[in-house]
Design a protein around this ligand. Structure first.
Ligand code: AMP
Length: 285
């Protein structure tokens, strides 16, 4: 079926209201577009598990810092719509930044969980994410919403927001989709030059090496962090933003336990990439 492009809040609300009146369940996938197979895996899950699947494509101005890549973020609506349609998405909500964010006086701010990792490196980022995701939940009224483990801190923060603010939606975590060589798929990978693309492999490879150390019995966070740092420091185009091992409250841990997260953010040239692994989950790269 042809995917429906919806551009106003009023039309989106009417679409969801109509689905609800027919007792149809709604699955929802929030994205910023420039879709890749990581996004497609979320879309397919939403399609499989719900009567109707809705996706948003919104490059959210209030989650970008003043010196970040809001203006140059890739915008590829036509190709995105084709991918959405192929995955079986019923409607793509593509609102204007003006309708969604102009004259905004209320924000959703989440404490504690944002005081580490990307939260401290990108001040205001999660406030922007939560505010917009909260608005989308209110407008779309989904039963299930799909988030990638690629953005692991975002996933935990959204889960907490849903619990704290009683949003009536179930959050479904989805595994990281990688390129054949291990690089986590990201819309930002398209910024990389040919040589940077090779250098970017250091994220997944250093992560893999640290996981192997842990599997051999190493329980010290610092040892794993040092191992990752050493690998990254060998690459001249790479600059570490952070390498951390945290628990589910996003607090640094000294001794590694199940469900702890090894998380890293690294600049390759000017491109900031993130990756992570959850201890205890299968490493499939
Ligand atoms: P974005 O468009 O980058 O904001 O991402 C939209 C959603 O897709 C988020 O929930 C991301 O975590 C998820 N996502 C992005 N890249 C991947 C990936 N490689 N594997 C799985 N999910 C992903």
């Amino acid at each position: 079926m042809k995917v429906k492009l919806i551009e106003t809040i009023e039309e989106m609300r009417a679409f969801s209201k109509d689905a609800k009146s027919k007792n149809l369940s709604i699955g929802y996938v929030p994205t910023m577009g420039a879709l890749h197979d990581g996004h497609v895996s979320l879309m397919k899950k939403a399609v499989e598990q719900n009567d109707i699947a809705v996706m948003t494509i919104f490059v959210n101005p209030i989650q970008f810092g003043p010196n970040e890549d809001y203006n140059k973020y890739p915008r590829t609506l036509e190709a995105d719509l084709e991918k959405a349609e192929a995955a079986g998405i019923s409607a793509v909500f593509f609102p204007s930044a003006t309708e969604l964010t102009a004259n905004l006086y209320s924000y959703i701010d989440i404490n504690e969980l944002q005081n580490n990792l990307c939260g401290t490196k990108r001040p205001g980022h999660f406030r922007g994410v939560c505010t917009i995701v909260g608005k989308f939940f209110n407008i779309i009224q989904p039963d299930n919403a799909y988030f990638g483990k690629k953005d692991i801190q975002q996933l935990y923060i959204i889960k907490q927001m849903v619990k704290d603010l009683n949003f009536d939606v179930k959050i479904i975590p989805c595994n990281i989709v990688r390129e054949d060589d291990g690089l986590a798929m990201s819309s930002r990978n398209r910024y990389l030059s040919e040589s940077e693309r090779k250098d970017a492999l250091v994220l997944s490879q250093s992560l893999k090496k640290a996981v192997a150390l842990h599997q051999q019995g190493e329980k010290s966070s610092q040892v794993l962090i040092n191992s990752i740092r050493q690998e990254i420091e060998k690459i001249s185009s790479a600059k570490i933003d952070y390498v951390s091992i945290v628990n589910e409250q996003m607090q640094d841990v000294c001794t590694i336990e199940n469900k702890n997260i090894i998380a890293l953010a690294v600049y390759i040239g000017n491109t900031r990439l993130i990756d992570n692994h959850i201890i205890g989950e299968t490493l499939c790269f």
